[in-house]
Ligand binder design. Structure first.
Ligand SMILES: *Cc1c(COP(=O)(O)O)cnc(C)c1O
Length: 383
């Protein structure tokens, strides 16, 4: 990501650091001073740029960071970030030397991994911290909640291991219906109580993703793990209006080419769209290779001077076209578009806005996926 050169491309992401800071403050206000906040910056900070986001949230009071892969953790360490980093899953055993070298705390879900980690740490004269992941019903990863104590007893003898935390993850915290959520929460609480009865210190207890952080104080325990809300996005429509968040990502492009094809001329691959005449076709240097799904062809708008203008023709890998009907409205005509004019693909302009949520609805997916996709190839400009 750091090799991107923003000045070499006229399509880019703007990432608003002050929005991320404001979202962090909103989280701190929710959870109070006494709890730890572990900011989730996996998948390149949900596409926003992991190193920038990590620095911003740490400066705004985050206590720790979480990522999904060893590479993501190493990227943060190589950028000079020293805060504790939790891996949200158990990596391959072959990655253990990196965990020790870069001070990365893994999640543990198998005895094999735990004991190998302990052995290798001990050989280097170290004690490796780990967090135990408990499966309370999502059935993704983790030790089944009924087997967690037995699991801990099987590895607790090892002097190379330090049980630093115990956590679970909810499958339905963002749904209106809370039946399954409550079952998971009570299973997790039962386990924590049973651990304490058995004289096992659970360490830092944590469970809350963004939806829980917004909706369920009973899930806060010692630490919360917000992800999507850091970026100013809601985990689902259920949390709209329940907290004030500021979106940090906007998507921009400048026109590279303009023409006024004759009536009936086609545009883009397949020539699916045909010109009605008297319109401009402007080209933007952004396409599905930049995270703008091809499924949106002829089904999306961009903002040109604060007004919605339709995208037309098939979206290509690196480019797409828009139609500017500058002769349509006599009362409030659009000025003709010219090369170099900026349009907004996601963001606000002139009182109107296009959001990742709107685009996700159109596509039948979630804002999380779109933020990740836009983050993959477009250069990031941090403001
Ligand atoms: C991604 C993730 C989170 C953050 O979830 P959001 O819905 O983005 O807040 C928290 N915990 C775990 C285990 C995760 O995988």
């Amino acid at each position: 990501m750091s090799s991107m050169r923003p000045d070499t491309r006229s399509a880019w992401l703007e990432i608003d650091g002050s929005a991320i800071t404001a979202n962090m403050y909103a989280i701190r206000e929710r959870v109070g001073r006494q709890r730890l906040i572990c900011a989730v910056v996996k998948a390149n900070g949900y596409g926003h740029g992991a190193v920038f986001v990590a620095r911003t949230v740490l400066a705004a009071g985050a206590d720790r960071l979480a990522v999904a892969t060893v590479d993501e953790a190493i990227e943060l360490r190589q950028a000079g970030i020293t805060a504790p980093i939790l891996l949200l899953g158990e990596p391959p055993i072959a990655s253990i030397p990196y965990l020790l070298e870069y001070d990365i705390t893994p999640t543990i879900t198998t005895i094999d991994f735990a004991l190998t980690l302990g052995e290798m740490a001990d050989l280097s004269g170290m004690v490796a911290p780990y967090h135990l992941k408990v499966n309370t019903g999502m059935n993704r990863i983790g030790i089944h909640y009924t087997e967690a104590i037995e699991f801990l007893n099987a590895i607790s003898f090892h002097r190379g291991l330090k049980h630093e935390g115990t956590y679970t993850h909810f499958a339905t915290a963002d749904l209106i219906e809370d039946w399954d959520f409550k079952i998971q929460l009570s299973r997790f609480k039962e386990l924590i109580d049973a651990m304490k009865l058995a004289d096992i210190d659970p360490g830092i207890v944590h469970a809350a993703n963004s939806a829980c952080t917004i909706r369920y104080p009973a899930t806060y325990f010692d630490m919360v793990r917000p992800g999507i809300m850091l970026y100013g996005l809601h985990p689902s429509k259920v949390t709209y209006g329940k907290i004030n968040l500021k979106p940090a990502m906007s998507v921009h492009a400048c026109v590279t080419h303009v023409k006024e094809p004759l009536v009936g001329e086609g545009v883009s691959y397949g020539l699916q769209y045909r010109c009605p005449g008297n319109v401009q076709i402007a080209t933007l240097p952004i396409g599905y290779g930049d995270g703008l799904s091809r499924l949106l062809s002829d089904r999306m708008y961009v903002l040109y001077r604060g007004r919605r203008v339709p995208q037309v023709g098939t979206i290509c890998m690196d480019q797409m076209m828009i139609e500017v009907d500058y002769k349509k409205s006599l009362l409030n005509p659009l000025p003709p578009i010219t090369v170099g004019d900026e349009v907004i693909i996601i963001g606000e302009d002139g009182g109107d806005k296009l959001t990742l949520d709107m685009m996700a609805d159109e596509l039948g997916t979630i804002n999380y996926e779109l933020a990740c996709s836009f983050g993959m190839r477009l250069p990031h400009i941090y403001v």
